[in-house]
Design a protein around this ligand. Structure first.
Ligand code: WT7
Length: 637
């Protein structure tokens, strides 16, 4: 593979960027010409942000898996597509060449068909980080089924909510998953979820941990048995379904400022073109490089930069089942050394956590293969940036700070490794085709440099969110109604004297805990379900490793007087309702919450208290009962 659209210098970036803004259709049309289409598009773009309605490569026909697999078979058939490193370093790793991956995807696509899955059906994937997860994702795409991957850290209740929202009739899972020294009983969690989801027709279960599982007759089947069936059927092929550019490719649920997670919908062509383009340019991928993105495929980062971006570019992508701190805090470095990783893409929270172990775990690890480092998910503090740069990159690997979102599909603002300038804690400059705008509270654009505001984007890029599944109005109100004719990101942002962007964090009620997005309203709903809880308010506070921690103010009228036990009970409830990833860090019992006369909780005050800025609470005169603030301050944890 060669990448004629890979930008090679800052000068070239500037001229490409200019072209992308002056003539977006010409620009993206040229890029799209490098892919394999069953039929070329008739028109590049149709859009309005009012409805909103955005369509890219209109009339085009394609299948993303032909671009990720089939088209590479000639030249890259024997090259590794996926390298899989298991949780346990003693277990044997696996390498799948493009040919092998193609064969497995085709096989599993036939399994899906045999089990009744058709184009447009929603298929939920709840699996650990095993190659079969990537295979299942691609097999869905092969036959035009819409995959919806759910991260293994979500509870049965969260899965049930998502299955119902997506009306997913098919589930693919594993008996269990390994993560560090833990074994997560995935199938058993699915069983709990399905009690509420009688509409699920089929569950396909991959064997991974050999955890005993219950298999329901007529509903549950083993992955391995189903593969054997298609093997004996004789016809090993599964022609790719011809998809329209704008057919949905997947749904991925993410948290917003309301209680209910939303199903972000991405479509086939635009998502493919944009993830490929940003993969090739941000990381400056060179043929033969080993790309290691440490995210889980359950998040958008894994979708775009473990699976679709790299594979559409014919790259070698490393899929790691485990966690950075098991068996010890040198695991990432061991993996880098073992496979001679060239690009390492991880999250600030992982860097901060590994920093805490000092330089010992780096002893004896060869990191000289590394060429490019990346970070994603939350703002990176300067200390972590410098640690990453000095100790991992040894001062010779550019760090790309990639800002984007589930809704954006791919990286929107980032430097390009070694091509455009880096600046610690800055995402720096927009990708070609991306037009950022800063606006004030009144929706007025803030021009010039050295200014802060709410970050919006004024023009569509190919992988912009198309809708929230089953509720288009929600998509409109969430992203396109705050500011007219603009996509609102929910992030605050500073533009420095040179025009470089620095993301300062969410300005809505969304928390970013260890790079995971969690809505405060979601956590509140879960806490409020606990017996004895009268009311609660949840805010974020700065946390050394997680970035943000979850601070809960709770009015409690439980029966037994053991505060600590009550805290643990509430934590259990949150874990049951949302999942372990949303567990509160601090629970403070309070006699009341600061409310305005109209009954609105003044979160601003609670946020300040949680941050420990007691002196600086601002105007509290509009509160119904200002005295409650002093009570809360006294009990601060
Ligand atoms: C939110 C999106 C898309 C990757 C994973 C997160 C924050 C993401 C950065 C960055 C500062 C960042 C933003 C954004 N964020 N990347 N490089 N610098 N903040 O996806 O779960 O949809 O969360 O993550 O606040 O809005 P997500």
């Amino acid at each position: 593979m060669s990448y004629p659209y890979q930008i090679k210098s800052f000068e070239e970036y500037k001229s490409v960027y200019n072209k992308s803004v002056m003539d977006p259709e010409g620009f993206w049309g040229d890029i799209a010409g490098h892919f394999y289409w069953r039929k070329r598009w008739d028109k590049v773009l149709n859009w309005n942000f009012k409805d909103p309605k955005v369509e890219w490569f209109i009339g085009g026909r394609l299948n993303i898996t032909e671009n990720c697999l089939d088209r590479h078979l000639g030249s890259l058939g024997n090259k590794p597509a996926i390298i899989w490193e298991p949780n346990d370093p003693e277990e044997h790793h696996r390498i799948l060449t493009y040919r092998e991956l193609h064969t497995k995807v085709v096989q599993f696509a036939n399994v899906l068909k045999n089990n009744g899955v058709q184009k447009g059906d929603r298929v939920c994937l709840y699996m650990g980080m095993v190659p079969e997860l990537a295979i299942a994702v691609l097999a869905c795409a092969r036959i035009g089924a819409i995959h919806s991957v759910i991260f293994g850290g979500f509870s049965a209740q969260s899965i049930a909510d998502r299955l119902m929202d997506a009306q997913a009739e098919y589930v693919i899972t594993c008996d269990g998953a390994y993560r560090g020294n833990k074994e997560i009983p995935l199938k058993s969690v699915i069983d709990d979820a399905l009690v509420q989801c009688r509409f699920v027709k089929r569950v396909i279960v991959l064997t991974r941990t050999r955890t005993p599982v219950s298999m329901i007759k007529g509903r549950d089947v083993w992955w391995e048995d189903e593969i054997r069936k298609v093997e004996t059927m004789g016809n090993p092929d599964c022609p790719a379904e011809e998809m329209d550019s704008e057919d949905p490719l997947f749904i991925l649920y993410t948290s917003g400022s309301t209680g209910k997670p939303k199903g972000v919908v991405h479509t086939c062509a635009g998502y493919m073109v944009y993830t490929n383009y940003t993969f090739v340019n941000t990381f400056q991928y060179q043929p033969g490089d080993i790309h290691f993105c440490t995210a889980d495929i359950g998040w958008i980062t894994g979708h775009s930069y473990i699976v679709y971006g790299p594979l559409s570019a014919g790259a070698t992508t490393l899929l790691f089942e485990g966690i950075p701190t098991w068996p010890d805090a040198g695991r990432f470095w061991e993996v880098v050394d073992k496979y001679k990783v060239n690009v390492l893409y991880t999250a600030p929270t992982a860097i901060r956590s590994l920093m805490g172990f000092g330089l010992g775990p780096l002893q004896g690890k060869q990191l000289s293969s590394l060429k490019v480092l990346g970070t994603v998910g939350e703002p990176i503090n300067e200390e972590a940036w410098h640690w990453y740069n000095e100790n991992i990159g040894k001062g010779r690997c550019p760090i790309v700070d990639t800002w984007w979102q589930t809704e954006t599909g791919g990286v929107l603002i980032s430097n390009m490794a070694g091509v455009t300038p880096a600046k610690p804690s800055y995402a720096t400059l927009p990708m070609p085709g991306v037009q950022p705008v800063l606006v004030d509270e009144n929706g007025k654009e803030i021009t010039g440099n050295n200014v802060s505001g709410n970050l919006c984007i004024r023009f569509p890029w190919p992988s912009i969110i198309r809708t929230t599944y089953g509720d288009h109005e929600r998509c409109r109100t969430n992203y396109f109604s705050a500011y007219e004719n603009m996509y609102f990101t929910g992030d605050g942002c500073y533009r420095d004297e040179e025009g470089y962007y620095r993301i300062t964090g969410r300005v809505d009620d969304v928390l970013n805990v260890s790079g995971h997005r969690i809505g405060t309203a979601e956590v509140e709903n879960a806490i409020n379900m606990h017996a004895g809880v009268v009311e609660s308010a949840v805010v974020g506070y700065p946390h050394d490793i997680k970035g943000q921690g979850i601070y809960c103010f709770v009015i409690f009228q439980g029966s037994h007087g053991d505060e600590n036990l009550n805290r643990q009970d509430i934590t259990q409830t949150v874990s049951r309702i949302i999942g372990p990833i949303a567990k509160p860090d601090k629970i403070q019992f309070v006699p009341g919450l600061p409310k305005t006369r109209s009954g609105k909780i003044m979160r601003r005050i609670l946020r300040k208290i949680a941050e420990g800025e007691m002196e600086n609470l601002g105007d509290t005169s509009t509160l119904l009962d200002p005295a409650v603030v002093d009570e809360i301050k006294k009990g601060k944890l």
